[in-house]
Design a protein around this ligand. Structure first.
Ligand code: NCD
Length: 311
C-alpha cells in the first residue's frame, strides 16, 4: 500500500488506497473501543517498539490526542511537541532543522503547522514518513479519512450528496474532503458567505475530476437535496483583518427547526464548533460529530500501521 510514504494531501490518494484504509480501520476499531463495556481487555501490540512524534505548532485537541491514543492502544509510544515556547522553536530553530533532528528520534511524524505547504517542505528533510496534520489553509488528509469512515459507517459513501458549509476558503478540512469525495462520484453543494467561497482552482480540479458541484449562499436552498451537512467553523485565526471576520461571524446556524426540513440528514463537523450548531442539535439522531471524532482513533490506527509497514 503506501508504506513509508508521506501523507501530505488527499490528492495523492487513489480510491483503492482510501478503501484499504477504511477497511483496515474497521478491523482495528475493536482496539479503539478497548475502554468500552464488553470490549475490555482487547489489547494489541501491533506497533510495539514504534515511536510517533507529534509536532504541533498550532492548537489541537482531537487530532493530537487521537494520534496519541491510536499509537498507544496499538502498543506504540509517543513523543510530543505541543508548546513551541517549551522547545527550541522558541530559540529560533527553523522547521527544517527540527525535522532533521526529530526524524532521528522516531518512526513517523505528525506535523501541524500554520503555514500552507509546511508538511511538503518538512517531508524533504525527514528520514521518516510525515503525516500532514493540518498545514494552514491547505490540507488535513487524516481528517478526511475519518470523515469518509464516518460516512461509510452511515452507509452513505456511494452516490453521496453532501453540503460543505461555512468557511470554504480557509478551511483545510473541506479542501481535503472535496478532493477525496470526487473519487466517489459525490455531488457537492458548497454553501458559504460570498467572501469565503471554495477557491476557484479547487473547483476547477473537482469539475475536471468529474464531480458535480453547486454553490449557494443559503443552507435552506440545499438541505432537502443532500444526505449530509458537513458544517465548519469560520477560521478566525486565518483572517488577515479581524473586521472581515466580524462581518461573516455567525452567518450560519444549524438548529432543530432547520433539521425539520430533512429529518434523515446527518450532521458532521470536524470540530471544534463555536456557534454554528445549536447545542439542542447535539442530542438528536442527526448529530454524528462526536462519533466522528471518536472514529479518529481507528482511522489513525490504520494510517499509522500501514505507514509503518505493519498492516
Ligand atoms: C480542524 C482543523 O484543525 O483544521 N480541526 C480538527 O482537526 N478536527 C477544524 C478547525 O479547526 O476548524
Amino acid at each position: 500500500m503506501f508504506t513509508k510514504r508521506h501523507i501530505i494531501s488527499t490528492r495523492e490518494f487513489s480510491k483503492e488506497e482510501i478503501d484499504y484504509v477504511l477497511s483496515r480501520a474497521e478491523e482495528l476499531e475493536v482496539y479503539a473501543r478497548a475502554q468500552m463495556p464488553g470490549e475490555r481487555g482487547k489489547k494489541s501490540d501491533l506497533l510495539e517498539g514504534k515511536i510517533l512524534a507529534n509536532l504541533f505548532y498550532e492548537p489541537s485537541t482531537r487530532t493530537r490526542f487521537s494520534f496519541e491514543t491510536a499509537m498507544k492502544r496499538l502498543g506504540g509510544e509517543v513523543i510530543n511537541l505541543s508548546s513551541t515556547e517549551a522547545s527550541s522553536v522558541a530559540k529560533g530553530e527553523n522547521l527544517a532543522d527540527t525535522i532533521r533532528i526529530v526524524s532521528g528520534y522516531c518512526d513517523v511524524i505528525a506535523l501541524r503547522h500554520p503555514q500552507e505547504g509546511a508538511s511538503r517542505m518538512a517531508a524533504s528533510f525527514s528520514s521518516v514518513p510525515i503525516i500532514n496534520a493540518g498545514d494552514g489553509a491547505g490540507q488535513h488528509p487524516t481528517q478526511t479519512l475519518l470523515d469518509l469512515y464516518t460516512i461509510k459507517r452511515e452507509g452513505l459513501l456511494n452516490d453521496l450528496r453532501i453540503a460543505l458549509i461555512g468557511d470554504l476558503k480557509y478551511g483545510r478540512t473541506v479542501h481535503s474532503l472535496a478532493y477525496a469525495l470526487s473519487l466517489y462520484g459525490a455531488t457537492l453543494f458548497f454553501v458559504s458567505p460570498e467572501g469565503l467561497r471554495m477557491p476557484e482552482e479547487i473547483k476547477m480540479d473537482l469539475k475536471e475530476a468529474g464531480a458535480e458541484v453547486f454553490e449557494s449562499l443559503d443552507i435552506k436552498e440545499v438541505i432537502k437535496e443532500v444526505n449530509v451537512l458537513y458544517v465548519t467553523r469560520i477560521q478566525k485565526e486565518r483572517f488577515p483583518d479581524p473586521a472581515e471576520y466580524n462581518k461573516v461571524a455567525g452567518t450560519y446556524r444549524i438548529n432543530t427547526e432547520l433539521i425539520k426540513e430533512n429529518e434523515d440528514v446527518i450532521i458532521m463537523h470536524p470540530l471544534p464548533k463555536v456557534d454554528e450548531i445549536d447545542a439542542e442539535v447535539d442530542g438528536t439522531k442527526n448529530a454524528k460529530y462526536f462519533l466522528q471524532a471518536f472514529y479518529g482513533v481507528p482511522v489513525r490506527m490504520a494510517v499509522l500501521s500501514i505507514l509503518l509497514g505493519i498492516g
